[in-house]
Design a protein around this ligand. Structure first.
Ligand code: FES
Length: 397
């Protein structure tokens, strides 16, 4: 077993804090650390877990439930969420990221966070959330995060394409944009197997009833015949190619929101590009991908060799360490900074997002960040392998 060398950086003034650096010895090496900015010390940090009380657990289908949480007054600001954001839940050593289904925005100043969970076969967390958790229990959650969020300050024509539990953030986005501006419209294409597996069936219908002129709802069922032939079958590329042009005026739509399995989301992206939709109008969120996440490179079995000097900045505190070549930043840096945020470690959830402010890194895969984010220098640190001898990633940016 070989420990990754942790090296000390010269003591200098830090641009992140303006405070002098102080060297502190970690358990297995010297890590350069910078104290946190005062403003960040006194508020809830992105990486802290908070024990919130479950106020309600509502079964949605036989294998899914919606969970509403009570936020105490002193955390109300920290848990204010945007439409489409997620909460990371911790259960034992496991972490999972779940989308918020509650509406947000000016019309919903006191909305409580509500997530929806579908049980995954063998899922260590989802089964517990759906089957065991009850009102009055405590749930460990981080503050909301995520950029799968519409701009509520401007009206827009939104098309939402969801499959299965991919409806969860769409519930939040649809209700939020419709309430925020009476010129906004929503078209929801929602794919499921059968009508009894449709999550939020009643709530989606209620939303349509509340906004009959501005919301269009299309259910597509793969194992149950529908009156309209196009609405029967899988919501795949072929069906979307036929369905979209007869459902909306594609060229006039402003935003396309995609959430569901990897195959459906990728099919939809291909179809939209073929139909001339600009990439900047397409927003996606995956719940899983078709293969297993890459094998984690642990600190202990990482290859020996000349290292890359990596500086991570989180909550105003900077730590510099040396990682062996080929090691993703998160895997290597976690040993020095166990507070670094993550959930899936598979390039899907986006929880580990940070901005590269110097140096370069290449991601092994990316199913979470949009082009505009990667263009701006953001990476998924669970997937980002440094390409330069020196690199700085800022989780606070
Ligand atoms: S931890 Fe989920 S994308 Fe990195």
């Amino acid at each position: 077993m070989t420990d990754t060398p942790l090296t000390e950086s010269p003591l200098t003034e830090s641009p992140a804090t303006g405070s002098p650096l102080t060297g502190s010895r970690a358990a297995d090496g010297l890590v350069t650390e910078i104290p946190a900015r005062k403003s960040l010390v006194n508020r809830a940090r992105r990486t802290d877990f908070h024990r919130l009380t479950v106020s309600r657990v509502e079964p949605l289908t036989g294998d899914s439930a919606a969970i509403t949480l009570t936020v105490p007054d002193d955390l109300a600001g920290a848990f204010a969420f945007a439409a489409g954001q997620t909460l990371t839940v911790r259960h034992g050593e496991e972490r999972r990221s779940y989308s918020i289904c509650a509406p947000a925005g000016p019309g919903f100043p006191n909305a409580a966070p509500r997530i929806a969970v579908r049980e995954v076969a063998g899922g260590a967390v989802s089964g517990w959330l759906v089957r065991t958790l009850k009102a009055g229990d405590a749930l460990e959650v981080q503050v909301p995060s995520g950029t799968f969020t519409p701009d509520l300050s401007v009206p827009g024509r939104h098309v939402l394409i969801a499959a299965g539990s991919g409806i969860t953030p769409m519930m939040s986005i649809a209700a939020s944009v419709l309430a925020a501006d009476d010129k906004s419209t929503v078209t929801l294409l929602y794919g499921n197997r059968r009508s009894d597996t449709v999550m939020f069936a009643d709530e989606v219908a209620d939303l349509k009833d509340a906004y009959p002129a501005r919301m269009q709802l299309v259910h597509v069922l793969s194992r149950e015949p529908q009156e309209v032939e196009l609405h029967s079958g899988r919501l795949d590329g072929e069906r979307l190619r036929a369905l979209l042009p007869v459902t909306v005026n594609v060229a006039r739509m402003d935003h396309w929101w995609l959430c569901g399995p990897f195959g459906m989301v990728n099919d939809a992206i291909d179809v939209l590009r073929d139909l001339g939709v600009d990439a900047s109008q397409i927003h996606r969120e995956l719940f899983w991908v078709g293969d297993d996440p890459p094998v984690e490179t642990t600190h202990e079995d990482a290859p020996v060799g000349d290292g890359r000097n990596v500086t991570v900045i989180l909550d105003g505190r900077s730590s510099t360490l040396t990682l062996p070549p080929g090691t993703p930043i998160l895997d290597g840096a976690q040993r020095a900074r166990p507070d670094l945020p993550f959930a899936c470690k598979g390039g899907v959830c986006g929880t580990c997002r940070a901005k590269v402010t110097s140096g370069t890194a290449v991601m092994r895969r990316n199913y979470a960040l949009e082009q505009r984010e990667t263009d701006a220098g953001y990476v998924l640190t669970c997937q980002a392998v440094p390409q330069t001898d020196e690199i700085t990633v800022d989780y606070d940016a």
